[in-house]
Design a protein around this ligand. Structure first.
Ligand code: ZN
Length: 266
């Protein structure tokens, strides 16, 4: 009988790939997880879908500033690989030529399939179905990332975008209801922003040991602080520990999930 070689699956290249919408989201929502992974010697990757420049012609900062700040933040977080997709911030109304929300959905998914196949992450992290904060670009990134994780594992889909890669687990960053309640009580935000009941959260990661690194990364986005964006509230150390000291995630098995059905460590 002819001997057949077992099919060899290539090694993952990154422990975690975080897919985000805008420069600063990597630090704000997943900075602790990324710094913790880097500290443990586990390679990380970040794909950011827009350069943070507004598609409607307005701008939060001079051209190129937000991309430069993003690069500095990734260095602080020890991110191994990164990419920025060629879309613009859709703003509050999800509009504008070149914006992420105006781009054909399949094109965005194909871009992410290519990134997943090149970066070969074990786990992919993105926003929950409400975009963690309700921003339309975040919701778009959630949907496109889920579709891309599935498509990336199917060899006959987009074969020109690289060899198939099956992600083991998906982690959706979310805002716990208790935290949103606290933030509303101190006037940081309205009480009706999206949130997830605390007892539905799979993992609440205590990232306080990496809070100084996370904060240093967030501070790289100086133009956001200059314009008084909501991140400025975390200049207060008490609010910083409350708002940024824990990162909360929902688990979804990926197409390469282990057969035992267990929840892998993040
Ligand atoms: Zn954002």
């Amino acid at each position: 009988m002819e001997k057949t070689e077992p099919v060899r699956r290539p090694e993952p290249r990154h422990a975690v790939l975080a897919v985000h919408a805008h420069p600063d989201d990597e630090s704000l929502w997943t900075g602790g997880l990324l710094a913790r992974s880097a500290d443990a010697g586990r390679p990380t990757a970040v794909v950011t879908c827009t350069d943070g420049e507004l598609a409607d012609g307005g701008s939060f900062a001079a051209p190129g500033v937000r991309t430069k700040e993003w690069g500095e933040a990734l260095r602080v977080l020890g991110v191994t690989s990164s990419a920025m997709l060629p879309y613009r911030d859709s703003g509050r109304h999800g509009q504008g030529a070149g914006s992420l929300c105006a781009a054909p959905f399949d094109v965005v998914v194909a871009d992410l399939v290519e990134q997943i196949r090149v970066l070969r992450p074990t786990a992919v992290v993105t926003y929950d179905a409400a975009g963690a904060s309700g921003h339309l670009d975040h919701i778009r990134v959630h949907r496109a990332t889920l579709a891309a994780v599935e498509a990336a594992a199917v060899p006959f889909l987009l074969p020109s975008h690289g060899p198939a890669w099956a992600v083991e687990s998906l982690w959706l960053v979310t805002a716990p209801s208790s935290l949103v309640g606290h933030a509303a009580a101190v006037g940081l935000q309205p009480a009706d922003v999206p949130s997830t009941p605390d007892d539905r959260i799979t993992v609440s990661l205590d990232v306080r040991p990496w809070l100084a690194t996370k904060w240093a990364a967030l501070r790289c986005h100086a133009s956001e602080f200059e314009r008084g964006a909501s991140v400025s509230a975390f200049t207060d150390p008490t609010l910083r520990e409350l708002g940024l000291g824990t990162e909360s995630f929902l688990h979804r098995p990926g197409p390469g999930a282990p057969a035992d059905g267990g929840v892998p460590a993040l």
